[in-house]
Design a protein around this ligand. Structure first.
Ligand SMILES: *Cc1c(COP(=O)(O)O)cnc(C)c1O
Length: 395
């Protein structure tokens, strides 16, 4: 190994470990369901994004198996050569219907959507107004476009209006975009879309909402944009098929011409192989299930409301989440990691999230109750929280 690389890696890894910022990954032995097995031990799982329990749904598993029998395991090529199967088009039609838009395009992941869509439209002569808490893939997608990135204070509409005015009146940029998460994943708060859309209309901004944590959860399942009744007012609606939908992949929904443009200009669509037949089919089935029934959505919210109430009653600081995302805020990094470790030892898998994913001093253990949890599982988790919380003087 190169000596420079060797010392770079060694020094930086040691540094992270010393600061308690080195993340150790524990593999799951089996499915990522409401209860998981790690190191041979069963744990109540509160760390997945599998909001509706669809990752292990029998209906999805069945159609995925059928798709493998008929289509094989791989799509064989990128979408624009001959990797587009009729299955991909069926998924995209369903997604457009689900999102109440003219059209949709699917990608290999939500992360890839942001790599694809932003730079297909924005370039160095443009500017992007980006909420400071936007997801890493939005930040990277913005950087890739080479547009001027203007950071906006989190959900601060006065700051957004001021910066939108400055950017549009400066005459420096051809196009200006406002970009935001629909639901912010670390605190569970919802973007102020009605105000954002109003400001966008006032200054003719392009609107871009990445609703990875909102789809399947808000708007009776259709997402944050639908939740606010703004389906025809947001230019780009990004979603993932990897969280509430339970499979893998991502999509952009919007006007037909936007989707036509992305099909000829977005690089992950042109240069990376299409999603597998099994995944596309399972995702399509999941969307159909969500469009036909709110049963899973309702169960998710019942469980989330119950779990939050229980933690709050016991004195935990659960922040100001407006969604099922339930942070338990501890503060100091090493203590947060110790808290998570003790929860795991006692039987609850709730992962710590610390700097740099969240600001320094706001370490938290993040919980994602799902539709697949039973009341007994949640009660058991709360009892463990109470025990460890008292032991560590957190409550
Ligand atoms: C999780 C997430 C993504 C990435 O989605 P994947 O399908 O897992 O790649 C993108 N954007 C936001 C806002 C997310 O929360």
């Amino acid at each position: 190994m190169s000596k420079v690389l060797d010392s770079f890696l060694h020094e930086n890894l040691e540094d992270l470990k010393k600061k308690g910022l080195y993340n150790v990954i524990d593999p799951i032995q089996g499915a990522n369901g409401p209860v998981i097995k790690i190191n041979g031990k069963e744990l109540i799982n509160l760390s997945s994004n599998n909001y509706l329990g669809l990752a292990t749904d029998e209906r999805l598993k069945e159609v995925a198996k059928e798709a493998i029998d008929t289509y094989g395991v791989g799509a064989g090529a990128v979408r624009t050569i001959n990797g587009t199967l009729d299955l991909h088009l069926k998924l995209e039609e369903k997604l457009a219907e689900f999102k109440h838009t003219e059209a949709a395009i699917s990608y290999q992941s939500g992360f890839n959507c942001n790599m694809a869509a932003i730079s297909a439209v924005m370039d160095k002569n443009d500017a992007i107004l980006s909420d400071e808490l936007n997801h890493a893939s939005i930040i990277d997608g913005c950087r890739l476009s080479k547009a001027k990135i203007i950071r906006v204070n989190h959900s601060d509409m006065d700051d957004l209006r001021k910066k939108a005015k400055e950017a549009t009146e400066s005459g420096l940029y051809n196009k200006v975009m406002v970009i935001t998460d629909g639901v912010f994943s670390m605190d569970g708060d919802i973007a102020k879309l009605p105000e954002i859309v109003q400001i966008a209309e006032e200054f003719d901004l392009i609107t871009y909402v990445d609703d990875a944590h909102g789809s399947g959860v808000l708007g009776k399942g259709a997402g944050t944009v639908k939740h606010f009744g703004l389906s025809d007012k947001v230019d780009f609606q990004i979603g993932t098929l990897s969280k509430a939908i339970g499979v893998v992949g991502g999509y952009v929904a919007g006007k037909k011409e936007l989707i036509d443009w992305l099909k000829v200009r977005s690089r992950p669509f042109l240069f990376s192989t299409a999603v597998t037949p099994a995944d596309v089919t399972a995702a399509t089935k999941a969307i159909e299930i969500l469009m036909n029934s709110t049963e899973l959505h309702d169960k998710l919210w019942d469980n989330a409301n119950y779990f939050k109430q229980q933690l709050k009653e016991r004195g935990f600081d659960i922040g100001h989440s407006e969604t099922p995302i339930t942070p338990v805020i501890v503060g100091e990094e090493v203590k947060t990691q110790e808290f998570s470790k003790r929860l795991i030892e006692e039987g609850v898998y709730a992962k710590s999230i610390v700097f740099p994913t969240v600001p320094q001093g706001t370490g938290r253990v993040r919980n994602m109750p799902t539709a697949a949890h039973t009341k007994e599982m949640l009660d058991q988790a709360v009892a463990i929280y109470e025990k460890v919380g008292k032991e560590m003087n957190i409550i």
